[in-house]
Each structure stands twice: as structure tokens, then as C-alpha cells.
Design a protein around this ligand. Structure first.
Ligand SMILES: [Zn+2]
Length: 259
């Protein structure tokens, strides 16, 4: 009997040990839902959902299923390094360490909301560091321009409601200056970067210098990131897991923060 009792205690102990610890912190969803409203690059195929089944089957159970199609680059998504750098990592090759970890948020919305062609400068990054301390190595850096509040209003968010190659020159939204991208890569060795606009380069960019600076160094970018206004400047974690497309140059991204 005594042995049995001890065994019971042992079992109870085991059960307690297996209880998973509660997640501490508030979870913030940084992802927009995919729908016909999702914002895509003006030349990219937009999101489509095709109903395959919806309703009660002959056997009595309910069944719902759809097909979807989408460009890699639209809605909340990731740019894999191979998007702008030959032989760089494709989306399934990005190390998870670059997609999960400590993050900072740099808010330039007071400047960018007054100028849709605003370029986030090295000066902006250094000004932030004066208040918040140096951006730690291997950080995920999120850039808040304030343009997220316009999503999915294409006129305000993209600068145009037109589509096709001719509409590219009508794009107006802020982005990261190429030299500031280079500075983040070389001087702060960041893991990845995200922004609340359709592209890490600004709308009027011709050379996509921020993309090139980041991606030739295997630094991925998150675009159309939602809800950055709900994050503090420091002291939070990001989990950014894209659809794992073999050979993909990017793809739909589910990104969350824990603060
Ligand atoms: Zn993209």
C-alpha cells in the first residue's frame, strides 16, 4: 500500500512537471487578413478565394473548403533575400533565428505622415538610439511610418488606385533610405526588418536600394505589417513565420508580437 502511495505521489509529481508554463505578455497580431481588399503591388496578382464547398453534406456533417491564389508579394508578407539578390536565401532557407526574437520599433510617423515620399534616414535611427539606447545585435527592427492607418485604402496607402506597369510611377509612400538599410546591416547586424507600408523602399524608388542592401546580406524584410502603433519602442518579441514555399522569393506571413 505504501509503495502504491509513493507511486501515486511520483505520478502526481510527473503530471505537475509536464504542465506547460503560461505564456507571459500580451500577444499583438501584426498581420492583415487576406481578402479581396488586401493591398498588392500594382503589377502583382491579387488574392483570390474560390469556394469549393460550403454547407451540409448528404451524410449530415458540415463541410467547408476553398482554393486560394495569390502573388508571393501582397498583403502582410515576407521578402526573402533572393527577391533582390541572386543566390541569396529563398523563403524556406531563411534561418528561423532571423524570424523569431527580440525586436525594437522605430516610430517616424510624425515626419512620414506629412510626406508620402519620406525616407527614413541614418539620422532618424541615431535619434531613436539617443532616447532608447543602441539597437541590440540581431534585433528585428520594425519601422512605423504611420501609413498603416490607411490600410487598405489604396489611394492613401499606395498613392494610387490604378493598376499595371503604368501605375508604378504613381506610387507614393515612405520607406527606408538605402544608406540607412546598409547602416542597419553593417553597424547593427540586424536579423530582419519590417515596415507598415507596401515596400521597404519608398514608393518613388527606381533602384530599390534598401532591398538590395538588405538582401545581398541575407536580411529578409516584412511588408504591410499591421498594428505597429500598439507596440512599445523596446522590450517585446516578434514571431514572423512565412508560408514555407520551396524556392519562393517571398510569401504570405503570419507575424505577431509578444509584449
Ligand atoms: Zn515584397
Amino acid at each position: 500500500m505504501k509503495t502504491l502511495f509513493i507511486f501515486f505521489i511520483f505520478l502526481t509529481g510527473l503530471c505537475q512537471a509536464q504542465e506547460s508554463p503560461a505564456l507571459t505578455g500580451e500577444i499583438i497580431d501584426l498581420t492583415y487578413s487576406f481578402s479581396e481588399e488586401s493591398v498588392y503591388w500594382v503589377t502583382a496578382k491579387e488574392f483570390e478565394l474560390e469556394e469549393v464547398a460550403k454547407g451540409k453534406t448528404e451524410k449530415g456533417y458540415y463541410y467547408s473548403a476553398n482554393n486560394f491564389s495569390t502573388a508571393e508579394h501582397g498583403g502582410t508578407h515576407i521578402d526573402a533575400p533572393i527577391h533582390f539578390a541572386e543566390n541569396a536565401q529563398s523563403v524556406e532557407e531563411i534561418p528561423l533565428e532571423k524570424l523569431v526574437g527580440a525586436a525594437v520599433k522605430i516610430d517616424v510617423s510624425d515626419k512620414a505622415l506629412n510626406n508620402p515620399d519620406y525616407l527614413i534616414s541614418i539620422e532618424d535611427l541615431k535619434t531613436w538610439e539617443k532616447e532608447q539606447g543602441q539597437i541590440p545585435l540581431n534585433s528585428i527592427v520594425l519601422l512605423q511610418t504611420g501609413f498603416g492607418k490607411y490600410y487598405p485604402d489604396k489611394q492613401k496607402y499606395l498613392g494610387t488606385t490604378n493598376r499595371g506597369p503604368e501605375a508604378v510611377k504613381e506610387l507614393h509612400f515612405p520607406g527606408l533610405a538605402p544608406e540607412a538599410a546598409r547602416w542597419l546591416v553593417e553597424e547593427r547586424k540586424i536579423s530582419s526588418v519590417g515596415i507598415d507600408t507596401p515596400s521597404i523602399d519608398y514608393g518613388q524608388s527606381q533602384e530599390f536600394g534598401a532591398h538590395v542592401a538588405l538582401m545581398t546580406n541575407n536580411v529578409p524584410a516584412f511588408e504591410n505589417v499591421a498594428n505597429l502603433d500598439q507596440l512599445p519602442a523596446t522590450g517585446f518579441q516578434v514571431i514572423a513565420l512565412p508560408m514555407k514555399i520551396k524556392g519562393g522569393s517571398g510569401g504570405p506571413l503570419r507575424i505577431i508580437a509578444i509584449k
